[in-house]
Design a protein around this ligand. Structure first.
Ligand SMILES: [Zn+2]
Ligand SMILES: [Zn+2]
Length: 561
């Protein structure tokens, strides 16, 4: 299998803060979006930095006002991070310089800088690969000898969708939060955003798209198709409702509303995050920010049973996943630093089968897509964790892979997802937070990782996408990746294929809306500038490598299926 080392030709590490820029309505961002309500190191740095600057300015202004000779204060050059003299740290232009007193930004371990972190040089550093099966039994021996060589261990690099084939720029009015492919129509991509809107895009026809704006009043966190009617979709939102929407006409009904009396203050407001559909049992499962799980019967579309406390009281349950093979098994994860496995037949507080411990917030937890026996989790401590078998030792993960996905705010949390087409159940995709200085441009790759070895199989970058891509979805049947970056959507296909088979077909990039300008001033340290809100693609040609031929600008059209 081909593996690639992380790009070492451009050794500068750039850690961007708010690349995914939006109007900073920080009041609603905070608490809702942040993975946990702790001030992150980055923010502290920023605060200290501005404090220092302010103090300096004040002194000068005071001196001028009083008409006295300015008092010369010897501003000893101190580190902005640890405030000790002798070294400097923080942002220097677009490049972040580590404070030697603080642990590595990537692996959180002391003794080296982010730039020289061994995990950054090779993602498989420190990972013990999955062991091969023990073949003492003759049947297994024959099986391994005859069958195993024919089963691909991991997808070869050539079928990794590594080139942008089409895109809709500024499609959503706020950042994209989730993506879902239609279960039957191969070219239909659904997308949710921070405003609660639902997009339906036919990426084969590129300009056929619609955005439904009246389904939710804030963040659309998750969506799932009705298993018996793929024209209908369930969605959960931070407005505390589950909506059931007809994709053809965009009309939805509310199946559940946890805030029937509207806004009564932050303490009583309920938000719905994790959601999945259990087809065998005819249930929609949703979980809220108070640690509770709710069940909705898909036949009556009414809530059934009582809400069950499945995570720490008052903590967010961000992810739910039903086992693809065994419908009685449910996996949940949340802000209480746990992923938990449940038996659907006896759901009760404290009754989980296993509690998988993590060091920080768990953004996602998924059973493997085919056998359902492996588990992959993404936690905010910059670690991906893999449990090789739910029948084996569940006390500790089989492997931990260091990967940069810890961030501050204003981003949709990163989630590593399995490739649903990979029969070996090893390949996973996840966006990267830390950027590479790529010919002077900071790019945030989308990583394909072999979870069996920790190796980086591919890192996807496009010089035009300068924003972070936290939302990624692999197609269930085709070699297609959909990524959501800021307000834009991108469709990636394998490069080889498009070069030979579809040589004449150019990339189709569709621009929507206007590029919003940030307010002048108050922009210190933000290198992303105006590119940030248009998904990195500048419609004015700046840095854009797309010719005008590639631009198709049409007004919104309703999707026809
Ligand atoms: Zn320092
Ligand atoms: Zn490190």
């Amino acid at each position: 299998m081909m593996t690639r080392r992380r790009n070492s030709a451009f050794p500068k590490v750039v850690i961007e803060r708010d690349t995914d820029s939006e109007e900073s309505s920080s009041s609603d961002e905070e608490g809702e979006d942040g993975p946990e309500p702790e001030t992150s190191e980055e923010e502290e740095k920023e605060l200290k930095e501005s404090e220092n600057r302010d103090k300096k300015e004040e002194t000068l202004v005071d001196a001028k006002k009083k008409g006295k000779a300015p008092i010369t204060i010897s501003l000893k050059k101190v580190c902005k991070v640890c405030k000790r003299p002798g070294h400097e740290a923080g942002f220097k232009g677009a490049t972040y310089i580590d404070c030697p007193m603080k642990p590595c930004f990537l692996c959180k371990m002391p003794g080296h800088t982010t730039m020289t972190c061994p995990h950054r040089v090779a993602s498989e550093h420190g990972v013990v690969p999955a062991p091969h099966r023990n073949t003492q039994n003759p049947v297994e021996y024959v099986f391994e000898r005859q069958l195993i060589p024919r089963i691909r261990q991991c997808k070869p690099a050539c079928v990794i969708p590594n080139q942008v084939s089409c895109a809709v720029i500024r499609y959503h009015s706020r950042r994209v939060t989730c993506l879902e492919f239609h279960p039957r129509n191969n070219n239909l991509l659904l997308s949710g955003d921070k405003k609660g809107q639902l997009g339906v895009w036919d990426f084969d026809k590129v300009s056929e798209k619609v955005v439904y704006g009246t389904i939710h009043s804030c963040i659309l966190n998750n969506m799932r198709f009705n298993p018996t009617n793929d024209g209908m979709i369930y969605s959960s939102s931070s407005d505390g409702t589950i909506s059931y929407t007809d994709l053809e006409i965009g009309i939805s009904s509310s199946l559940m509303n946890l805030n029937p009396d509207g806004w009564q203050g932050p303490s009583s407001w309920r938000m719905l995050y994790g959601m999945d559909v259990n087809a065998e049992r005819g249930l929609v499962l949703v979980a809220d920010n108070a640690g509770l799980l709710y069940l909705v019967d898909t036949r009556s579309n009414n809530e059934t049973g009582r809400a069950v406390l499945i995570h720490k009281k008052g903590s967010k349950v961000v992810g739910l996943h039903c086992n693809p093979v065994q419908p009685d098994l449910l996996l949940s994860c949340g802000n209480d630093h746990f992923a938990r496995i449940w038996d659907m037949r006896k759901l009760e507080a404290g009754g989980s089968l296993y509690n998988l411990t993590h060091k920080r917030v768990v953004n996602s937890a998924y059973f493997s897509p085919i056998s359902g026996t492996k588990i992959l989790t993404t936690a905010q401590d910059n670690r991906l964790r893999i449990w090789d078998s739910i029948f084996g030792d569940m006390d500790s993960p089989s492997r931990e892979i260091v990967h940069s996905h810890d961030f501050n705010r204003h981003l949709t949390p990163f989630r590593a997802e399995w490739d649903p087409k990979d029969s070996s159940e090893t390949l996973a995709v996840i966006g990267r937070y830390i950027s590479e200085n790529f010919n002077g441009t900071a790019l945030h790759p989308i990583d394909f990782i072999d979870t069996g070895t920790g190796q980086l199989v591919a890192e996807l970058m496009d010089p035009n996408i300068t924003t972070i891509s936290p939302v990624n979805k692999l197609h269930p049947r085709d070699d297609v990746l959909a990524s959501g970056s800021s307000r834009s959507l991108f469709i990636w296909r394998p490069k080889e294929k498009s070069d030979f088979v579809e040589k004449k077909e150019e990339r189709k990039i569709l621009f929507c809306g206007k590029a919003e300008r940030k307010k002048p001033g108050k922009n210190v340290g933000d290198e992303s500038e105006d590119d940030s809100d248009c998904g990195g693609f500048s419609s004015k040609g700046k840095r854009s490598k797309f010719s005008k031929k590639e631009l198709i600008c049409k007004s919104k059209r309703k999707v026809k299926r």
